[in-house]
Design a protein around this ligand. Structure first.
Ligand code: ATR
Length: 275
């Protein structure tokens, strides 16, 4: 019998996960099928139960269900716990479910393994304080930057998120960055985890925020450069990256959890970029 996996979200048609996991399966010789499920907004839990009852072996969870999945599963990994969200469900022997989160590690692997970013000694700015920012905060901290600042349009949310992460993370409002860049020096890496790009916007940042040789990373991706990637180019970023690499890396980490094999992501990223 072939093992079944799927991604569940709402909407779901746009999801690239089936294409990514099919490529991983071909590459590694793993025998599996990976589909997509349009989750019901009012009955996510039942949709998960149904998939498992039919013999499903694992799920990826995407917008808007990641927090609901966290609530649904009592057994969660430390990184899911820290993220407050689950993007990967493992079906264990006996049908028990375990929640994990591979988003943050996917971001860090894209930066470090794929692009050679070294966090040591670097000042990192994370923009946003919603679910996306929370999902990547702990793995970013674990990567060992010299400083990690969370800045958000609504200051209180940044303070709250940083407060939960411990003394190593500072929180502030976007408008506080002007003074901060002057006092502590500019940032070596700015990561955009806001949803501003969906409205064609960028967070308002001081012009001197990005240091010489600094990188920018947008968690969003698209067929054309995102507004924040354009901001990075205009402000002289040495490297401008969108979230497609992170998408493939988080998928690879899920595949590893399920199958015990780590796929090679480079050809899959190239395929999705049309290369
Ligand atoms: P997600 O799950 O994608 O993180 P969210 O929880 O709704 O979505 O959070 C959206 C984030 O993008 C928030 O940090 C939001 O800032 P506020 O907390 O001030 O609302 C941020 N955001 C959205 N549009 C923005 C904009 N135009 N400029 C700056 N930040 C923006």
């Amino acid at each position: 019998m072939i093992d079944h996996y799927a991604v569940i979200g709402h909407p779901i048609e746009h999801s690239k996960s089936p294409q990514i996991h099919a490529a991983f399966a071909r590459q590694t010789g793993e025998h599996l099928e990976y589909g997509r499920i349009l989750g019901r907004l009012d009955d996510f839990a039942e949709d998960v139960r149904h998939f498992v009852a039919e013999g499903g072996r694992g799920l990826n969870v995407t917008v808007p269900f990641k927090e609901q999945a966290w609530q649904l599963l009592a057994d969660r990994s430390d990184r899911a716990e820290a993220a407050g969200a689950v993007n990967t469900i493992l079906v264990l022997d006996g049908g028990l479910l375990r929640g994990d989160n591979t988003d943050g590690v996917g971001l860090v692997r894209d930066l470090t393994v794929n692009h050679g970013f070294d966090f040591a000694g670097k000042r990192v700015l994370l923009l946003g304080a919603g679910g996306a920012a929370r999902g990547v905060l702990r793995p970013l901290l674990d990567a060992g930057p010299a400083a990690l600042v969370v800045a958000n349009r609504t200051t209180s949310k940044a303070l709250d998120l940083a407060g939960h992460a411990g003394a190593a993370v500072q929180g502030c409002g976007l408008e506080d960055l002007s003074g901060r860049c002057g006092a502590d020096g500019p940032f070596d890496l700015i990561i955009n985890a806001t949803s501003s790009g969906l409205d064609g916007q960028v967070p308002v940042l001081p012009d001197d925020c990005l240091g010489a040789g600094g990188w920018v990373y947008d968690l969003l991706y698209g067929a054309v450069p995102t507004p924040f990637c354009r901001w990075g180019r205009e402000h002289g970023a040495e490297k401008v990256l969108d979230g497609l690499g992170m998408l493939v890396e988080q998928a690879a980490e899920s595949f590893l959890l399920w199958r015990g094999v780590r796929p090679d992501t480079a050809p899959v990223i190239a395929m999705l970029r049309g290369g």
